[in-house]
Design a protein around this ligand. Structure first.
Ligand code: PGA
Length: 258
């Protein structure tokens, strides 16, 4: 299930919604129908949905207009470990992609070392891997930029060079996630440059220029396109606004409007 990725990449992070597989099924059917009747010309695959692992096989089978993936994965090597799901398992169950290092996962105690194993093993399992980075707060001296660069370098330190192509970087300022106000497009642009600088030092300048970067944090139908036009990103990672069919489809349409 290797994804052939074209921008814009519009990823919904469903978190713990919806509460039942029935509702999730209804959502995807409705979303596909809305994509197919859209006045805007959309590609065959127009969205990504990160859902609960337990919903993945069913939704991956069902969805015609998008990709289905996981919100987190274990970086533990196959063996005698209880209660985890590893990348090869989720890939063989139908997942196309996985999100690694979301701030809400970090908050549960994920270490940078764990994150580096997660990213390396997900890429080895041929999953398109979205690695998230973002500062908690900003300081006047811009120290958060060097901290982010350091996090990028450590998180990607175990990645096999030949697998960088299947990696996507997400910039998600923690202060914007779940808040009313997203970053401004220039705040986003500044950090994306810093992230690309870190990527250049580990994977080369050509890679750093072309790697796809997403913005996430309070994205809504009325600000989505601004990030693609002025934020220096190739796509969006969307929480709340992806958890309602109409606002998710409004974002998809806005991003594809000429
Ligand atoms: P939000 O969440 O869009 O609800 O701010 C973003 C995220 O958690 O990825």
């Amino acid at each position: 299930n290797m994804i052939k990725r074209t921008a814009p990449i519009i990823v919904g992070n469903w978190k713990t919604t919806p509460e039942t597989l029935q509702e999730a099924t209804k959502f995807v059917k409705n979303l596909d129908k809305k994509c197919s009747s859209s006045k805007t010309k959309l590609p065959k695959k127009a969205y990504y949905i990160a859902t609960s692992d337990i919903f993945i096989p069913h939704l991956a089978e069902l969805s015609e207009r998008g990709y289905v993936g996981s919100q987190n994965i274990s970086g533990i090597r196959p063996g005698q470990v209880t209660g985890v799901t590893i990348p090869s398992q989720i890939a063989s169950a139908g997942a196309d992609f996985v999100i690694i290092g979301h701030s809400e996962v970090r908050k549960q105690g994920e270490t940078v070392e764990e994150r580096s194993h997660k990213v390396a093993l997900s890429l080895q399992a041929k999953l398109t891997t979205i690695a998230c980075f973002g500062e908690h707060t900003r300081d006047k001296n811009g120290n958060y930029l060097s901290e982010l660069e350091e996090d990028v370098k450590k998180t990607l330190s175990l990645v096999d060079r030949s697998l960088f192509n299947n990696l996507i970087i997400a910039y998600e300022p923690v202060w914007a996630i779940g808040s009313k106000n997203p970053a401004t497009t220039s705040e986003c642009f500044e950090v994306v440059i810093a992230l690309r600088r870190a990527l250049a030092s580990i994977a080369g300048i050509d890679y750093a220029k072309k790697v796809q970067v997403l913005y996430g944090g309070a994205v809504a139908p009325d600000n989505a396109k601004d990030f693609l036009e002025d934020g220096g990103v190739d796509g969006l990672l969307i929480g709340r606004a992806s958890q309602d069919v109409q606002s998710f489809v409004d974002i998809i349409n806005a991003c594809y409007e000429k």
